[in-house]
Ligand binder design. Structure first.
Ligand SMILES: Cc1cc2nc3c(=O)[nH]c(=O)nc-3n(C[C@H](O)[C@H](O)[C@H](O)COP(=O)(O)O)c2cc1C
Length: 357
């Protein structure tokens, strides 16, 4: 175990876990945002480097959406060693999200439950942060995760995504269309193939207006039937999507013995098996042609390795960071390199899908 990880588990985590989860989150983010920019991070050339959608990722480990919703700590994610960070979900107008309490820790399950409902400063507040960062970007790549405002009527939801792409798309290496958060009523219905097709047509039109076109990914829920996933993948590919984030938090409870747990999206260790099944199903459905960012339950290099072997080209972490602290990124990269060397793997792309039968 890295010394920093030991310090986090035994010193910092007990203090943070005495605070309610949202206060701990805010305090940590404020601290990270105030850190001086360090040049470290991202990693030099090596076997973890990987190229997708014409983007060079220094390593395949990314920050999952939701931790830095407003782009407060962009430099800190680079310092922590991430190859990329997914910022958001960003909504067009500012909104406060659901009433508190809306976030819970389940330490014995190494899990979180949240029903935050997209608290966001709104795109106009996030834009200057992204502009400043893009002037001197460093090696970390930026994904922007977009969602509609809660009060937007269903017939105007596509307009919300269009506004987000028009306003912020130029600052992203890739954008993620979030149609899978369980905490915005009706949002997951946009995953249905017909609705998704209409939405994507508008989104692709909006993206076409940008001078440089970020890659376009769809974030899926892990609560979909395999047949539905196959239909979604076919529609998404046909309409011009270039990848998937698999996936979001789950509403499932019974299979984890958590029937009495609070409402909202469950993340962390219990989610891993479902996330992996989703990755594998998407990989099958697309014949491995559209890259997948695998996310759900990762807290070790073995977890990340499993997602890569199931078909992911990149992976992301959220809940694992809360339990293991910032040193986790370096530990996972170190152990991933070891796994690659041990097995004679020369590149991450070779590992992707290698476990799929
Ligand atoms: C507190 C919290 C807030 C989240 N907010 C978002 C969000 O705004 N947008 C989104 O697409 N995913 C959001 N997620 C989901 C994560 O990006 C990720 O898909 C999920 O947590 C599974 O990964 P993990 O097990 O590593 O946490 C959130 C997750 C948590 C725990």
């Amino acid at each position: 175990m890295a010394a920093a990880q030991f310090v986090y588990r035994n010193l910092l985590r007990p203090i943070l876990f005495r605070l309610d989860p949202e206060t701990a989150h805010r305090a940590t983010l404020a601290f990270l945002a105030a850190l001086p920019a360090l040049r470290r991070g991202g990693g030099g050339p090596g076997p973890l480097q990987t190229r997708l959608w014409h983007i060079d990722f220094a390593n395949p480990i990314g920050l999952a959406a939701g931790l830095d919703k407003d782009g407060r700590a962009l430099r800190a994610w680079q310092t922590m060693g991430f190859g990329f960070a997914e910022i958001g979900t960003i909504t067009p107008r500012p909104q406060t999200g659901n009433e508190r309490p809306r976030m819970w820790r389940l330490p014995e399950h190494r899990a979180l439950i949240n029903r935050l409902g997209f608290p966001s400063l709104g795109m106009d507040a996030v834009a200057p942060r992204l502009e400043t960062f893009r002037r001197n970007p460093g090696r970390i790549k930026i994904g922007l995760n977009f969602g509609p405002n809660r009060i937007t009527p269903v017939e105007r939801v596509a307009d919300d995504y269009v506004r987000l792409i028009t306003r912020l798309g130029a600052h992203a290496d890739f954008i993620v269309i979030n149609v899978s958060s369980p905490n915005t009523p009706g949002l997951r219905e946009w995953q249905a193939p017909q609705a998704l097709a209409r939405l994507l047509d508008r989104i692709i039109d909006a993206r076409r207006m940008l001078a440089e076109q970020p890659a376009l990914l769809i974030k899926l829920a892990p609560d979909l039937e395999a047949e539905m996933i196959a239909q979604i993948c076919a529609t998404a590919a046909e309409r011009g999507a270039e990848g998937f984030v698999a996936g979001n938090t789950t509403l499932a409870r019974a299979e984890f013995g958590l029937v009495d747990a609070p409402p909202g999206g469950l993340s962390g260790q219990p989610l891993m098996v479902r996330a992996r099944a989703l990755i594998e199903t998407v990989y099958h459905a697309t014949g491995g042609r559209l890259p997948i960012i695998g996310v759900g339950g990762i807290s070790t290099a073995q977890d990340a390795w499993g997602h890569l072997r199931a078909g992911a080209s990149l992976v992301e972490i959220y809940t694992g960071l809360i339990y293991e602290g910032p040193a986790l990124v370096g530990v996972i990269k170190h152990d991933l390199m070891h796994l690659m060397q041990e097995g004679g793997w020369r590149s991450i792309s070779e590992v992707t899908g290698s476990g799929v039968t």
